[in-house]
Design a protein around this ligand. Structure first.
Ligand SMILES: Nc1ncnc2c1ncn2[C@@H]1O[C@H](COP(=O)(O)OP(=O)(O)OP(=O)(O)O)[C@@H](O)[C@H]1O
Length: 355
């Protein structure tokens, strides 16, 4: 049987990318078609290595070839990825900036930012993490890097800061430049300059995702980051408690303001319930139930997932090795959240690029 490239493209044009609502051929996701008698191979270029729809898309491609051409063809599909980007993120080499924010302090924003960055990296992406929480930088402790000082070099008369690499991701924290025992007495403009330097003066190289851990609330740093760099989207972390939700709403309101206009990638509910290690089936809704889920519904944003209150999360953070580095249910939960975030980034990029 002789088949042609055109027939293959025609068949695969019946497969829709479920998130982007266009077919794979129109989206230019089919490449490297090779035909040898009854053997057919091609690559599907997904929008992220963390794509949760990988298996489904592969199956749909195989079915389309069998249905529209012939069941006799031996199909080999190479599922690969190229992370999409907006036209310009303002930081050369960086494809996407993901802001992690919360209204209220202490809801687990830094814990989520660190584990999300590591989970995206585990899925195969190139990832950086900026800890821009000037009032309580957490990266030095969470990554076991207390006292670490990034190297600086001169390139063409300009100072370049080398991010510190740990567990496969590149890191910069405002805490690498301050004394952990002293409060930071910086005023607004100094804070803005320092934060901009973490983006502009650092040698980030090529990154698919640069995750930014913002301070709680809505302040100078949020405005600096969102107005200086085209942030792909914001991930909102909240607990289900009413006080946390009320503050989260304010944070969301800020991102949605016309002057800021950052897409909300979704809401993560942290400390959703407590499960004692000795009674894993029991769930205690200490801070109320489903608050994050309801918030997501109210603002018509995706619900990205829930995380229980468990000792391993705080212990691993304090021990300098975030929980996602171990195997277990929390790792699965974070990997799932990372897939959902990557999916929303691809959707946000598709929307931004179609304008
Ligand atoms: N799901 C969880 N289970 C158990 N402990 C958690 C969980 N999430 C966060 N923690 C712990 O709660 C504390 C606060 O978390 P974290 O520092 O991530 O919050 P934050 O919102 O970034 O706070 P900040 O206001 O300082 O920015 C930390 O000790 C952390 O280890």
């Amino acid at each position: 049987m002789t088949i042609t490239k055109e027939q293959v493209l025609q068949a695969l044009s019946n497969v829709e990318e479920p998130d982007l609502k266009k077919d794979l051929v129109t989206l230019n996701m089919i490449q490297d078609i090779a035909i040898d008698g009854d053997n057919l191979s091609f690559s599907v270029i997904l929008t992220t290595p963390a794509c949760p729809l990988k298996a489904m898309i592969e199956n749909a491609c195989r079915n389309a070839i069998a249905h529209f051409i012939s069941k006799e063809i031996k199909v080999s599909v190479n599922m690969t990825s190229r992370v999409t980007t907006q036209k310009n993120t303002g930081v050369p080499g960086v494809k996407n900036i993901i802001a992690v924010a919360s209204g209220k302090g202490g809801v687990g924003k830094s814990t989520v930012a660190a584990n999300l960055a590591l989970a995206l990296s585990k899925s195969g992406a190139q990832v950086g993490l900026i800890d821009a929480d000037i009032y309580g930088p957490s990266v030095p402790i969470m990554f076991g890097l207390e006292g670490a000082r990034p190297q600086a070099s001169q390139v063409n008369g300009k100072t370049r800061i080398e991010p510190i690499e740990k567990y496969g991701i590149k890191l910069l924290s405002i805490g690498f430049f301050t004394d952990p025992n002293q409060p930071v007495p910086w005023r607004g403009p100094m804070v803005s300059t320092a934060v901009k330097q973490l983006f502009n003066d650092a040698d980030w190289g090529e990154l698919d995702y640069l995750v930014v851990d913002l301070p709680p609330g809505t302040g100078d740093i949020h405005i600096t980051v969102t107005q200086t760099f085209p942030v792909t989207g914001a991930v909102i972390v909240t607990t289900p408690q009413n006080v946390a939700l009320a503050d989260a709403r304010k944070g969301i309101g800020m991102f949605m303001m016309e002057a800021i206009n950052v897409p909300i990638l979704g809401v993560i509910e942290n400390m959703a319930y407590f499960t004692p290690a000795e009674l894993p089936e029991n769930r205690y809704y200490i801070f109320g139930q489903d608050g994050g889920k309801k918030l997501a519904q109210q603002i018509a944003a995706p619900f990205l997932g829930e995380l229980p209150l468990v000792k391993s999360i705080s212990e691993s953070g304090d021990a300098g090795a975030p929980v996602v580095l171990q195997d277990g249910v929390m790792t699965e939960a974070f990997m799932h959240i990372a897939e959902r975030v990557a999916q929303q980034v691809a959707i946000a990029n598709a929307k931004a690029n179609s304008k």
